[in-house]
Design a binder for this molecule. Structure first.
Ligand SMILES: *[C@@H]1O[C@H](CO)[C@@H](O)[C@H](O)[C@H]1NC(C)=O
Ligand SMILES: *[C@@H]1O[C@H](CO)[C@@H](O)[C@H](O)[C@H]1NC(C)=O
Ligand SMILES: *[C@@H]1O[C@H](CO)[C@@H](O)[C@H](O)[C@H]1NC(C)=O
Length: 493
């Protein structure tokens, strides 16, 4: 792997500092110029695809309020979900809640939607570790969803929202939980088997030297009928610092009104107070998590489709650097919708068409490290001019027994002239993680198992600026998803 030469301290005087300033002014102008271009691409895409105009209007109106609900007046295809993660005190495990909304694309007249997961609905997913290895999925009709957004332009109003689903409420400062076992929905065996086959296929492609069999890589899923009750309050939330140019963690890309998928960070880090109790359907205590003194993270996604492939990694439970938080995502972003007229015309060109369409994609990355001690949010995202130097996904055999570990290592350089380097290494067992339903708007047009997540990953993080180590620590109980075609994703970075 090529190693970047870092200029010695001596070689850099005040000249370097001023050069850096000029550079940043220029990059700001350059980025400003990018906004109308991005808007034009977005508008053209929208016209050509005719997809979800109302959502694009909401995307534009809420561009400085990414935490809020975008589904008012919107019909499918649409999804939105908030990811509430709480790591237990002493990092003994974690519990994740994902409240959200799914609206399928309209079906032809007379189609019978047999399954709750095919119908428009609100949901709450629950993952936890230890104690269960699968996702609990509670489904509710849209009549039991009530979403309220803060009004006005004050920083408080912009980040205020409340999502009530059934008897549970989720907002930016906490959640009140009352999820009854009677609302649980399980994926079909067919969906589960398809998910497993895909997970194994993707591992085999990544690690051709290893032999995989289903039994060695999957866990016995139990399908426990549990209710969840409790309440969690967030304190001392750290927000992602924003500006007009960077209204969200997506930077100027936030202004594109017709992207497939939007990513937002609500809270980079917060402390939690409260408890979460799991009960059997009869009301007996199965397990109770005391989350007072725990550490939380809150982000969200919304849009008209999930990316085809992505890597997502997050941790906020650092051993030494308490209060710090890392987010790393690399996702495949199509610039032409599969369903759009333009992509149909291009792909109909004999021989070269499909290849040409595949060129209209980019691998966008959002990589931020909030360093609590210095109160600095380092930003290595695509729109800063940063560069992903390498992504390596390797398998390492454990010394001793047990299945090998998968190691995902990403090296990223700051924008030219910044002399910053971030190295992130995440390790997890190769065993298949928790299967999570996600929006599928293709032929299936339902919430189906497409996401595989491990919620107890160790993440080594090293940040060097001007040749000096600024941050070096291990984040525990991180979340990791490696989904889809990694060669395609990494190849186009
Ligand atoms: C509902 O079930 C019927 C009968 O099995 C099937 O023909 C139909 O395609 C199903 N509808 C959907 C939307 O899957
Ligand atoms: C960190 O910096 C932000 C401004 O970027 C400020 O609003 C916040 O109060 C600071 N936090 C602490 C703990 O000093
Ligand atoms: C990246 O994000 C940080 C934190 O919000 C911000 O201070 C910085 O200006 C952003 N960088 C660029 C080049 O937009």
């Amino acid at each position: 792997m090529p190693v970047k030469q870092s200029p010695s301290r001596k070689a850099r005087g005040s000249k370097f500092t001023s050069a850096k300033k000029v550079g940043s002014t220029w990059s700001s102008i350059w980025l400003l110029a990018l906004v109308p271009v991005l808007l034009a691409i977005g508008a053209a895409r929208e016209t050509l695809n005719g997809i979800n105009l109302k959502l694009s209007v909401n995307n534009f109106n809420l561009v400085r309020k990414p935490a809020q609900y975008h589904g008012h007046g919107v019909s499918g295809p649409f999804f939105e979900g908030w990811y509430y993660k709480t790591v237990l005190p002493e990092a003994e495990g974690s519990v994740v809640f994902i409240p959200g909304v799914f609206m399928p694309k309209p079906s032809p007249e007379g189609t019978v939607l047999n399954d709750t997961l095919q119908q428009p609905h609100a949901f709450v997913m629950v993952l936890r570790d230890p104690h269960t290895v699968e996702c609990l999925y509670y489904a509710y009709p849209l009549s039991e969803l009530e979403a309220t957004n803060g009004v006005g332009e004050s920083p408080e109003a912009r980040t205020t929202y409340s999502i009530r689903i059934g008897k549970s409420t989720f907002h930016e400062k906490g959640m009140e939980l009352d999820l009854d076992a009677s609302r649980l929905v399980w994926p079909s065996d067919e969906d589960t088997n398809e998910f497993l086959a895909k997970a194994l296929r993707e591992r085999q492609i990544l690690h051709p030297e290893l032999r995989f069999d289903k039994a060695g890589l999957t866990q016995e899923w139990e399908r426990k009928a549990l209710s969840v009750r409790g309440s969690v309050k967030f304190v001392d939330s750290v927000r992602f610092p924003t500006s007009t140019l960077n209204p969200t963690v997506m930077g100027p890309f936030s202004y594109l009104p017709a992207l497939e998928c939007y990513h937002g960070v609500v809270s980079l880090y917060h402390k939690t107070i409260g408890s979460v109790r799991f009960e059997t359907a009869a009301g007996a205590k199965e397990h109770e998590f005391d989350v007072t003194g725990g550490e939380g993270y809150l982000e969200k996604d919304h849009g008209i489709n999930f990316p085809k492939s992505w890597i997502w990694l997050q941790t906020g439970s650092f051993v030494k650097e308490t209060g710090s938080s890392l987010l790393l995502t690399i996702a495949d972003v199509p610039l032409l919708s599969d369903k759009g007229i333009l992509s149909k015309i291009v792909s109909s060109i004999p021989v070269y068409g499909p290849k040409l369409v595949s060129k209209f994609r980019l691998s966008a990355f959002i990589i931020t490290l909030h360093h609590a001690r210095t109160n600095t949010t380092h930003n290595f995202s695509v729109y800063t001019g940063s560069r992903v130097q390498s992504v390596n996904i390797d398998a390492h055999t454990n010394t001793g027994s047990g299945a090998p570990n998968q190691e995902v290592k990403v090296v990223v350089y700051g924008r030219p002239g910044s002399d910053a380097e971030l190295i992130v290494t995440a390790k997890r067992p190769l065993q298949v993680g928790v299967p999570l339903p996600g929006p599928m708007f293709g032929e299936r047009n339902m919430m189906g198992l497409i996401v595989e997540e491990t919620i107890t990953v160790d993440v080594d993080v090293l940040l060097r600026v001007n040749g000096e180590v600024v941050f070096e620590d291990t984040g525990r109980i991180g979340g990791l998803e490696v989904v889809g075609d990694m060669q395609g994703l990494i190849g186009t970075i």
